[in-house]
Ligand binder design. Structure first.
Ligand code: S3P
Length: 770
């Protein structure tokens, strides 16, 4: 594993008070990071680790294990010259240790910093105030979220903190230098350091750690009591083992935690009991639907936490540091033949869940995109109390709660990389009775949300954004919305849809005028759900206060995903490819129009309509392409397709000119810049402009089979469409194309690699070393 090796902390003498699993593992991790390792070399680093523990045997064991240099059972014998004191005693022992420390702390180094590892923080802050008279500014409270059911120094593990979080809970007047030193201590042990206030820490831990421990202790104890001879455990299978592993944890430590964090634990337990009572009633009544809804929600939440929530910005960045990012290596050449079906349309998938959730009745969705973006939307509605079954092979069942049936979510709604989710949610949530917070990943956090927040405010919504109108969005519910007439300054379906969704909750009419046609899936689906949306020319409007009734939704394949293979086939001699069941909504077919203008041999077959959206099979064969001036009215109709179209342009003869596409600068990356950088790497001549680009394609050689540009190393900037565009570029490259930072392909196109291989590309994924 490629990890970033952090330097050992710059401390002279670290004193660990309490040499158990946690303290011992910290010593072991510091040793492994090189702290105090170079004892002999005069120029080397000479830090020492001392430990204090009431059990002299533990000290001897710690010295024998090479974890500490020395130790004692008495604190006053060790504190001399200590630069960093780590209190690693059980929570309830903290106060007496702090009282002892307060009596001798003046013998420590003048710049001594004190920290602790206790699992609850409010109680320890109280203990500190009692011991020192106030919270010292050089005391940084902290909590490593790591442990094991084992205890004692013998179980010390140098890797215990690697890739685990440590939460520091500074006070407003905590000395920043002290914070920095405690942070360095934990980073050296491989942990990721986060900050939180004390109250929030205790609530979060009550739910994520203390409650599960309580349940595990209770379950094992209940079963053990029922079966004095413990016969029953002989038959215990994996489920029991998995659920109860933590019941083997240190009883004293856990008693202390429950005493110290009583209130937060009780609140968590109340919620849990209510949940169990609901399930009990469902079991009692044989209410299979209710059980299924709960289990489905839980099962998906569990997967979601692993695959998505773990990817919150800090986590994703952290994981990248630890494991490296995902990289594609694409060999030059290859063919493009076959019949494939790309995954469901992202825009329609988002909307199917949103409208399905607000409808009366049950919405059955087919062809749902199981990509991270639309799954984030699905999860957000689960967090607002909507029972959603699936997705199972693209099938989702949404049990609508009606226009006013959403429940306040327990925490912020995390929508990952999905601009569509954030902007549409903003409108929908502005009309709710409760407050919400919308957050997203690092890329989304940079994208402009003022474009929705401003008109929503004009409707009467109250929304706070971060600086510059960026996420997170805090939406204050319970505001009476009024319909407005809005002249959109940019052609954005997301802004239009956001306002229409808010308009459902507004008094009177909400009208949106678009400067150019944008995708109209929201309007179509609203109509499909029985909600009248009017359109006259460039303006659409609806009347607030109506209801939605559930209707089945058949999501066509996403033309934006199909585009990568359309371009792949268009540029590759000998190709012949059919893409089945692709949505060809007139507001989305800019790519078809543009490719045909460039001379592509692209035909629509088997055209028909599913659930209000036109679909067709797209049949494409190789034909020489010619550069064109892209008609400006096609730009919003192909807005997501330009990364791939730029690759078509690089393979066309002559110049392709794009103008009026400044929106590309605020997508998942600045797509004009990202593509220009990549084209430069491949040696494709181009001129980048503020609102577009000129791409100069070389004349085709005789026979048209040669390379059109070089290979090279491309940075996708974490943008799924940049990554996929350069993957298909390899078909005509002179050498391998290596694309960095490709994990986000999963946001819109799960299975891209498999389909690309199936049609004839040669590509592999690997972890980038960091
Ligand atoms: C989308 C609209 C487009 C598009 C995005 C999806 C939608 O954004 O780029 O991928 O589902 O409404 P804008 O409307 O902001 O251009």
């Amino acid at each position: 594993m490629a990890g970033i090796v952090k330097p050992p902390p710059d401390e002279r003498r670290i004193l660990i008070v309490g040499l158990g699993l946690i303290g011992g593992s910290l010593a072991a991790a510091l040793r492994a990071a090189g702290f105090g390792a170079d004892k002999e070399g005069a120029a080397g680093f000479r830090g020492t680790i001392l430990a204090c523990d009431p059990d002299a045997d533990e000290i001897v064991r710690g010295i024998e294990m090479g974890l500490i240099d020395n130790g004692d059972t008495r604190l006053e014998a060790l504190v001399e010259g200590a630069s960093l004191v780590v209190l690693a005693v059980p929570v309830l022992a903290m106060e007496s240790v702090m009282v002892q420390l307060a009596g001798v702390i003046d013998r420590a180094a003048p710049d001594v910093v004190v920290t602790d590892v206790g699992s609850t923080k409010a109680a320890i802050r109280e203990a500190a105030v009692a011991a020192f008279g106030r919270m010292p500014t050089n005391l940084v409270l902290g909590h490593p979220i790591a442990g094991s059911e084992k205890s004692g120094v013998a179980a010390a593990d140098a890797g215990l903190y690697a890739r685990h979080k440590v939460i520091l809970t500074p006070e407003p007047d905590t000395d920043p230098a002290a914070m920095a030193r405690v942070r360095a201590l934990w980073e050296a042990s491989g942990a990721e350091v986060l900050e939180m206030d004390v109250a929030r820490h205790d609530q979060v831990l009550a739910r994520t750690s203390h409650l599960p421990h309580l349940l595990a202790f209770s379950l094992v104890d209940t079963l053990a009591r029922q079966d004095e001879r413990l016969e029953i455990f002989r038959y215990a299978a994996g489920g029991f083992r998995d659920f109860t592993r933590i019941a083997g944890s240190d009883p004293v430590m856990w008693r202390d935690i429950f005493v110290a964090n009583r209130d937060a634990v009780l609140a968590a337990l109340d919620d849990f009991e209510a949940g169990v009572a609901r399930l009990r009633r469902a079991v009692e009544r044989g209410d299979g639907d209710a059980m299924l809804a709960t289990f489905d929600r839980a099962s998906h939440a569990r997967h979601y936490f692993e695959s998505l929530l773990n990817q919150t910005s800090y986590q994703a960045e952290y994981q990248m540091q630890q494991h490296g990012k995902l990289r594609y290596r694409v060999s030059p050449g290859g063919g493009v033949t076959g019949r494939i079906r790309v995954p469901g349309d992202k825009s329609i998938s988002h909307r199917s869940i949103m409208l399905g959730a607000l409808a009366d009745g049950v919405t059955e969705v087919k062809g749902f995109l199981e990509g991270e973006d639309s799954l984030a939307t699905l999860q957000a509605f689960r967090e607002m109390g909507v029972a959603i079954e699936g997705p199972h092979q693209g099938r989702v069942t949404v049990h609508g709660v009606g226009m006013h049936g959403l429940k306040p979510p327990a925490g912020p709604l995390y929508v990952g990389n999905a601009g569509t989710a954030m902007r549409l949610f903003a409108g929908l949530l502005a009309g709710q009775a409760f407050d919400t917070e919308l957050t997203g990943d690092a890329s989304l956090t940079k994208r402009p949300m003022g474009r929705v927040a401003d008109p929503l405010r004009a409707m009467g919504a109250e929304i706070d954004t971060a600086e510059g109108g960026r996420p997170p969005l805090h939406i204050h519910g319970g505001k009476a919305l009024k319909g407005i007439t809005y002249n959109m300054p940019m052609a954005s379906a997301q802004v239009k849809s956001c306002l229409l969704l808010a308009g459902l909750y507004a008094e009177g009419e909400t009208r949106v005028r678009e400067p150019a046609p944008t995708r109209d899936h929201t309007e179509r689906m609203l109509q499909g759900f029985g909600y009248t949306v009017h359109r006259e020319g460039d303006t659409c409007w609806l009347q607030g206060g109506g209801r939605l009734s559930a209707a089945p939704i058949d999501v066509p394949s996403d033309i934006s995903s199909a585009t990568f293979f359309l371009v792949a086939a268009a540029i590759t001699p000998g190709s012949d490819l059919v893409l089945e069941h692709v949505g060809i909504n007139p507001t989305r077919i800019g790519v078809i129009n543009i490719l045909q203008l460039m001379g592509a041999d692209l035909r629509l077959e088997n055209e028909h309509e599913v659930g209000g959206e036109p679909v067709a099979d797209l049949h494409i064969r190789h034909a020489p392409l010619t550069g064109i001036d892209i008609p400006v009215e096609q730009v919003p109709l192909a807005i997501d397709e330009f990364p791939a179209l730029f690759i078509a342009a690089a393979n066309a003869e002559g110049v392709t000119r794009l103008r009026g596409a400044e929106e590309l600068r605020v997508k998942e990356s600045d797509r004009l810049q990202a593509m220009a950088n990549g084209l430069a790497t491949l040696g494709v001549e181009h001129v980048l402009l503020e609102d577009g680009i000129d791409i100069v394609g070389r004349p085709e050689e005789e026979g048209g089979e040669g390379a059109r540009y070089a290979g090279g190393n491309i940075d996708s900037l974490g943008d799924h469409r940049i990554a996929m565009a350069f993957a298909i570029a390899a078909l005509r490259a002179g050498g391998e194309i290596v694309i960095d930072d490709c994990a986000n392909v999963a946001t819109s196109f799960p299975g891209f690699i498999d389909l690309a291989r199936r049609v004839g590309l040669t590509l592999e994924e690997q972890q980038e070393a960091s």
